[in-house]
Design a protein around this ligand. Structure first.
Ligand code: FAD
Ligand code: FES
Length: 334
């Protein structure tokens, strides 16, 4: 068992078969992170004493300058013994429900589109999560964990659902879609993530999703619809894909109390060629949101998720529309 010491915060914690950031979050500490897969660089720390090794070789979240300065990624660095590190802990990274590792058994599968599938897992050891959070799945035969956002809400924490988009040639999604059968197990570690539903925010809600971003936005909408604190708040849900066969989600929202009254679904496709009979919007998610909500955008609590290009375009549009950054909630997908 390794001991991690952070002198500036005057504390130490244990880290056993774990990474330095995940062990910290498990201990209730506010260790900064975002993607948890070595890509964003938000979990960087400086190693003062001791030795660590990265689980993911050459992680994109580190550059040459970081390496020269003895900086490592908290989400990937596993200690080889006791370590002393320098990192600024922040309260907003403290997790309400501490992440735990458990085994999850695949209990159900449903196809939502030609390449998005819902996977429903039963957890051996239940744990709670907030709508919008994600888990790390360790899929048999796949190198490294992958982050997937939950699509359901839970009071018991024994069932976690994920809506996952197949990536052509992708290691984890090929295994999940083509190999994993009902009754098979994966490793699950969670919950993680800061883009969770703010029940204390007294604003209407705007969910913007594209492709793989469906899952956390469905969870946010489900959580918001069921929240007594958000009763009466409207929920606007914009979902984008390339063509009509990519579009889904309406049948899920239709089951929510208030659908058609305070909950509205706005589908959009970006490649209308050949889409005869399409009655939804045509354009990119950020353009459709700007067209529909325009000057009112700054009045919303905005949640968004999807491929990196979509998230960047949405962010740019929201900043231009002067939506305060405190009202924006997203985890970058990699
Ligand atoms: C916070 C977050 C939430 C996400 N939520 C969803 C979701 O709800 N639905 C969905 O469909 N997708 C989601 N993704 C994307 C998902 O995690 C995968 O990137 C995607 O499924 C492709 O995985 P793949 O293995 O099939 O593809 P590959 O092309 O084989 O791998 C792609 C990604 O896997 C990661 N990776 C590769 N090797 C390693 C390694 N050794 N260790 C750790 N990571 C590695 C990298 O981030 C890389 O970009 C999310 C991503 C993040 C960061
Ligand atoms: S690189 Fe560690 S959280 Fe993103």
């Amino acid at each position: 068992m390794a001991k991690i010491t952070i002198p500036a915060a005057n504390l130490e914690y244990d880290c056993e078969n774990d990474t330095i950031a995940r062990a910290a979050v498990r201990h209730g500490l506010g260790f900064p992170y975002e993607c948890n897969v070595g890509s964003c660089g938000n979990c960087r720390f400086e190693l003062i004493e001791g030795e660590v090794e990265h689980r993911r070789a050459n992680p994109p979240g580190l550059n040459e300058r970081d390496i020269a300065r003895k900086r490592f990624l908290g989400c990937q660095a596993q200690p080889k013994g006791d370590c002393t590190i320098k990192v600024s802990l922040r309260d907003n990274y403290k997790s309400k429900h501490l992440p735990r590792k458990t085994e999850a058994v695949l209990a159900g599968i449903d196809d939502l589109t030609h390449d998005i599938r819902e996977f429903r897992f039963n957890l051996k050891q239940s744990n709670l999560f907030l709508p919008g959070q994600y888990a790390l799945l360790s899929v048999p035969g796949v190198g490294g964990d992958r982050a997937y956002s939950m699509s359901n809400v839970t009071n018991l924490g024994d069932e976690w659902h994920f809506q996952i988009k197949r990536v052509p040639g992708g290691e984890a999604t090929t295994s999940l879609f083509d190999k994993l059968k009902i009754g098979d197990s994966v490793g699950l570690d969670g919950p993680y993530g800061m883009a969770y539903l703010r029940e204390d925010a007294p604003r209407d809600i705007l969910c913007l999703a594209g492709g793989s971003g469906l899952s956390p936005m469905v969870s946010i909408a489900r959580g918001a619809a069921a929240s007594p604190a958000l009763k009466g708040r409207s929920i606007e849900f914009v979902y984008g894909g390339r063509s009509p066969r990519d579009i889904c989600g309406e049948s899920i929202l239709q089951l929510l109390d208030g659908y058609g009254e305070r909950i509205h679904y706005h589908p959009a496709i970006s490649m209308p060629e050949g889409a005869e009979g399409w009655t939804g919007h045509t354009g990119f998610v950020h353009d459709i949101a700007e067209m529909l909500f325009g000057e009112k955008l700054s009045q919303y609590e905005v949640y968004f998720a999807g491929p990196p290009l979509m998230s960047q375009a949405v962010m740019k549009m929201l900043i231009k529309a002067r939506v305060p950054v405190g009202q924006l909630h997203f985890d970058q997908f990699y």
